[in-house]
Structures are given as C-alpha cells and as structure tokens.
Design a protein around this ligand. Structure first.
Ligand code: NAD
Ligand code: ZN
Length: 256
C-alpha cells in the first residue's frame, strides 16, 4: 500500500476525529515509540540488538544458564535508558491523557519513558527495568541503587542472582497487568497501536481482542505489521514522534 503525503494528512485528521468522538481510547505501545529517544527496537540495524541477539539473550533460559553473560546486555540497556529522555510521541500520549481523551497506555516497553513523559495510567505489560528481583527469595530493590561493578548482582538476603523485573521470553506476564490490559481492551472503543511489530504474544492479542469487542484499531508505525489490513482500520505510516503530536494539534484546532 503506497501512502502519499496527502492521504497521510487525511489519516491524521481522521484519527483526531476518531479520538475526539471516542468514549474510551487506549494505547498499546512497543519498542518503536522509544526509538526516537535513542533506544533501538529489535528490528532496526546498528543498535544494541546487533551486538546481542534478542532470541539468544532475552530468553529466561539464557538468563538462568549464564546470568553473567546476559547481565552484560542488561547493563548496556540500562545505561542507554538512563541517558534517554521521553520524545514527542511519549509527550503527546501524556497530553491526550491530560485532555481526558486517553484512558490508559499499555506498554510492552520496560524503559519507564511513558511515566517520565507525564502519563499516569501506564500498564507495564512486560515489567520494568526500574526494579531488580531476587530469583531465590523474591527480595526487590531499585535498579538505581545498583553499582555495575559486580555483575551479576546478588541478593543481599540470600546471595541468589538478581534479575531486572522485566518479562523475559519464556516467562509469564504479571497477572495484574494482563488482566487490566485485557479488561481495557474489552471495554474501549478505540485503540491506538504505536510502534509495535505486533508479533509478541499475548501483547499482540490486545488489538484483536479490542476489535472483537467492537473497537476501532488505529495503527501508527514505520511499516505495515500483521495487523495492517486485517485488524487495523487504518495505518498511519511514519514516525510516532512526528505523527502523534500532529494528531494532538489537530484535536486542539478543532476544539478551539
Ligand atoms: P519490535 O522491535 O518488534 O517492533 C518495533 C516496531 O516499531 C516495528 O514495527 C518498527 O517498524 C516500528 N518503529 C520503529 N521506529 C518507529 C518510530 N519512530 N515510530 C513508529 N514506529 C516505529 O518491538 P515490540 O513490538 O515492542 O516487541 C519487542 C519486545 O522487546 C517488546 O516486549 C519490547 O517492549 C521489548 N523491547 C523494549 C524496548 C524498550 O523498553 N524501549 C526496546 C527493545 C525491545
Ligand atoms: Zn534473595
């Protein structure tokens, strides 16, 4: 599908109208929304994931069998996140929430940038980099307190290895996040799907669930995904940091 500049503008207007008319809008975001903050997604070349193959490093069995090796990747990711700032896409979603037009953000990201961008109702589907959890006794501590001298870090209570409180491949989704997300999907009438390749389940099941419950699905992505043309009502193709602020601007223009 070729998207011309003209019809992109029309689609931005259409999204603005859909959001303004909706009773309950939610957003589902993925790694793509943080790319403009300097955190690479799994697909783009030249980033962290050229050095560490996610298939190899992001599986819980890799962590369990060689935590020291996987901790090198975690350390690089944490340093990248510490130096990153929310971008105009995160800020636009926070703005929509403040305007009373966005009920919640369900994010697959673990970088905390939605909260730092001002969003309040954030459901972290895959956990957060902000906390470390002990695999032995469940002890938790903030990642900020971590010195990267001793990798892998160990629990002060039982000396087992600490793991960031993020969901690795092969691990279950935190039940509360999953239940809340599915409930949001069932009860919304519009879902904005932003910067996700929509291939990692069960998160990728959220737009189809919303659709089955009668919601519209609007996709904002650099490229088509498996949702495009099937689950999505339309795709606005391009960068989230450019498109989301334009949608907010368009809603404001109409309200004025
Ligand atoms: P993904 O890497 O599989 O897909 C990212 C999608 O975003 C792609 O479709 C890409 O075309 C699109 N994209 C890239 N730049 C964009 C931009 N500027 N604007 C709009 N779209 C853009 O990511 P995923 O679907 O989230 O799945 C990967 C898993 O790994 C998730 O759990 C994810 O959260 C995790 N992860 C998280 C981070 C983070 O916390 N920032 C970074 C990498 C991976
Ligand atoms: Zn412990």
């Amino acid at each position: 599908m070729k998207i011309t500049q003209g019809n992109k503008e029309a689609l931005i207007k259409r999204a603005a109208t859909d959001i303004a008319d909706s009773r309950k809008t939610i957003a589902l975001t993925g790694a793509g929304i943080s790319v403009e903050s300097g955190i690479p997604d799994f697909r783009s070349a030249g980033g962290l994931w050229d050095k560490y193959d996610p298939e190899e490093y992001a599986h819980i069995s890799a962590f369990r069998s060689n935590p020291a090796k996987v901790w090198n990747m975690i350390k690089d990711m944490m340093e990248l996140v510490l130096g990153a700032e929310p971008n105009p896409a995160h800020i636009a979603l926070a703005e929509l929430e403040r305007m009373g037009l966005l009920n919640s953000v369900i994010t697959q990201n673990v970088d905390g940038l939605h909260q730092r961008g001002g969003s309040r109702e954030v459901i972290e589907f895959h956990g957060s980099n902000q906390w470390l959890v002990c695999l032995g006794c469940g002890y938790r501590q903030e990642s900020a307190s971590l010195s990267f001298e001793d990798i892998p870090p160990r629990c002060p209570q039982c000396s087992s290895i600490l793991k960031p409180d993020v969901v690795f491949f092969g691990e279950p989704i935190p039940p509360e996040a999953q239940n809340r997300s599915f409930e949001e999907a069932r009860t919304c009438d519009l879902v904005l799907v932003v910067g996700t390749s929509a291939v990692v389940y069960p998160a990728a099941g959220i737009p189809p669930l919303a659709k089955q419950s009668g919601a519209k699905v609007v996709e904002i992505n650099m490229e088509p995904t498996p949702l495009t043309g099937f689950v999505s009502d339309y795709l606005i193709q391009g960068s989230a940091g450019a498109i989301l602020p334009q949608i907010v601007e368009e809603i404001r223009r109409h309200a004025a």
